[in-house]
Ligand binder design. Sequence first.
Ligand SMILES: [Zn+2]
Length: 236
Amino acid sequence: MKKNNWKYLLVSIICASIVYLLYVTQGNRAEIIEIDNTIVKSNTIDLLEGKNIVIDPGHGGVDNGTTGLTYGTKEKEVNLTVAQNIKQELEKRTAATVILTRDKDIDLGRNQLEALQKRIQIADDASADLFISIHHDAFTDPSVNGITVHYSSHQNKGENLAKILLASIFKQSIDAKNRGVKDSDFYVLKNNSAPAVLLELGFTSNKEDEIRMVSKDFQSKTAISIVDGIIEFFAK
Ligand SMILES: [Zn+2]
């Protein structure tokens, strides 16, 4: 073979290799996009479609709720952040319709009873399939700490929902005390048509709990685990 022919052959081999490599990588990319689309579809189109989920950040406006003993954390503000995180996580992973009883720092009534009635009215108007109220506890003894999920025995499915959500929260690596589920006669639980729970995600009167409840890590883990629990509840 002449010297020029060798050059020609070499260039041809290089060109063919480039074309082949392009074909293979493009092909793989197309496959990946296809797989991604399948995942996106199965996650956002079908899951919890038609379900109306009401997330209720406790207090608001003149009603601050509890106030942090060490850092002055306002319960109404943490409640709203947690509720917004859960809404965002639910909308990212499911097709559920998510309604917040308040999305800013406002009063829902002229007094506490009116505000509670308004929360129930919002759930009824939305034909809620699920109602989750977000709160943070306080107690006179600052050593008391931990997470509690309340339900009302006036309801059928409240206890089951409470157990699923609490177990889901503690599947995450969070250094908090598990205070269990509790049968409580809270207004928003016993007057609710939808399965309802009230989460107390720590004590503002306890220093460690107060630090944890405002941390992005804890807030992110609780939002993820509460949504895990909601999905599990509807799957049963
Ligand atoms: Zn509260």
